[in-house]
Design a protein. Structure first.
Lengths: 255, 255
């Protein structure tokens, strides 16, 4: 089984699985005579991409902006709040339980409210993505900053190290694996948040487009939209993984 | 010997308070450590030996009695003159071994070029040449603890405090590390206070053994170990070694 663990063969298997899924999809549609409005074939889906009337590029730009914008906002706010909490135990004691409660609110349920408050468009959808992505980042970062062996603390204290040294040399690098585990979860949630936002109220974006073409049972375009949303999500997730690979030593990574 | 003791403890007392409850951690510790000695503190859990290390490191204040370290002509600076080794290696996962060893030098703001050279020499001393650029996860538990010993020596402290440093290692590695520690001690000339549960380890390593008993925590005995140096493993079977270990077993009520 050692061969399975080598990088090259893992990639091979991954590619085989993906190609296999597309082939199975093709065979299912072709051999099963599945109507196009129920499930289009891979070619029909690709053909939709070639039709300029869908405005793919501008819709990708809109949805991408919402996802990446909401995500970056969540990353900034989440990490910043977690830092504030580690520096002030009073603020942490006051706000962390509150945030845990707020986290229990299904963010999707806030959608109609966000529309009431901010009308509809890119900004409220960015807020949707943000509101759903911020909690995992905040909570894992706060946890990562707290996880410090008491004896390591003794070591730094015995050398009369400053609070700042403790933070920069031990706490923050120690929290990085946790931050990344939160960032990975958040990247998936941000995509969901932006698309749900577009479903609830929007005049642009891939989610909005899906509702438009749904009316005419244009399933190939819906498939393509889902595919493109997935690709945007994969791009975001891939960037997070890459960054983790650059910044976090292998053994320290949290799965 | 007319030499002045490096550490002088007289009637040292330590009380921990949790709410209204008082817990006597050390009732009356009185012993001296001469420069260059390796003193073993042995006793069961909760006998106050780790607390005593924290007092020696300056991390905790004592509540009574006298603690004097160093001399008027050569005063003791608790920030620079203490090296600490704990039961866990506590290496930072994201730092290479050499950079882990350099941590105290960084915190103390020592000149880094000189410290780097010293760190390399120390890694050679503890038998880790060639592992400078590895990450902790690439090293076995025993090797990680060697790196932790090098880290404790990098700022050239006058006193090294070890809190059950080999307690988590398997029996064979532990024997090997005992011999290594004796060699490192001889070559570095440091004064070492070594806390352990292991009775035979305490006798084998120590120039002197201080015995603590629990419930209530108190110092029960303090005697020199008159075995030749360098010590060898076959000394553990000689008669005098047995006399010493039986003396400790008796004090701890195990005979």
């Amino acid at each position: 089984m050692d061969r399975l663990n080598s990088n090259a063969s893992r990639w091979t298997f991954a590619i085989i699985a993906h190609v296999g899924l597309v082939v199975a999809w093709y065979l299912f549609v072709e051999l099963g005579n599945v109507p196009k409005f129920v499930m289009p074939s891979p070619q029909a889906t690709l053909n939709a991409l070639l039709n300029p009337s869908y405005g793919w590029w501008s819709n990708i730009a809109v949805t991408g902006t919402e996802i990446f914008g909401g995500y970056l906002l969540a990353l900034g706010v989440g990490v910043l709040l977690a830092l504030v909490f580690t520096w002030s135990h009073t603020l942490e004691a006051l706000f962390l339980p509150l945030l845990v409660t707020l986290n229990m609110i299904p963010k999707v349920a806030l959608g109609p409210l966000i529309i009431v408050w901010f009308k509809y468009g890119v900004f409220p959808n960015t807020l949707m993505a943000f509101s759903i992505a911020v909690f995992p980042i905040l909570l894992t970062t706060a946890r990562g900053l707290r996880e410090i062996e008491p004896e390591l603390l003794d070591l730094v204290r015995s050398l009369r190290g400053s609070r700042w040294q403790l933070f920069t040399k031990i706490q923050l690098p120690g929290a990085l694996p946790y931050i990344f585990s939160g960032m990975k979860v958040a990247s998936i949630l941000a995509v969901a948040g932006a698309v749900v936002g577009e479903f609830l109220g929007s005049d642009r974006g891939l989610g909005y487009l899906m509702l438009q073409v749904q009316v005419t049972l244009d399933t190939p375009a819906m498939f393509m939209a889902v595919l493109l949303i997935t690709l945007i999500g994969m791009l975001l997730y891939g960037m997070v993984l890459l960054l983790e690979r650059l910044l976090v030593v292998r053994d320290a990574r949290v799965a | 010997m007319s030499e002045e003791p490096f550490i002088h403890l007289a009637g040292v007392r330590k009380v921990y308070r949790t709410g209204r409850k008082e817990h006597l951690a050390i009732s009356d510790a009185t012993f001296d450590v001469m420069p260059g000695e390796l003193v073993s503190l042995v006793g069961p859990s909760g006998c106050g030996k780790s607390t005593l290390l924290k007092i020696l490191s300056g991390l905790h204040p004592h509540d009574g009695g006298e603690v004097r370290i160093g001399s008027a002509t050569h005063p003791f600076d608790p920030a620079r003159d203490v090296g600490m080794v704990f039961q866990a290696p506590l290496l930072l996962k994201w730092r290479r071994i050499i950079d882990n060893v350099l941590l105290p030098a960084e915190i103390l703001g020592l000149p880094m070029a000189a410290a780097r050279g010293r760190a390399r020499d120390l890694l050679a001393l503890v038998g880790l040449t060639g592992n400078e650029d590895k990450y902790p996860y690439e090293l076995s538990g025993g090797m990680q603890q060697r790196a932790a010993i090098a880290r404790a020596l990098v700022h050239d402290p006058r006193l090294v405090l070890m809190d059950e440093p080999f307690g988590a290692l398997d029996a064979l590695t532990r024997e090997k590390m005992n011999l290594e520690l004796l060699r490192i001690w001889k070559e570095s000339g440091k004064t070492i206070v070594f806390v352990t549960h292991g009775i035979s380890e305490a006798v084998f390593l120590g120039t002197r053994v201080v015995v603590f008993t629990a419930g209530p925590a108190r110092m029960a005995d303090n005697f020199a170990i008159d075995l030749a140096h360098p010590r060898t493993l076959d000394m553990k079977t000689n008669e005098q070694f047995g006399v010493y270990t039986r003396r400790i077993y008796r004090l701890l009520g195990m005979e």
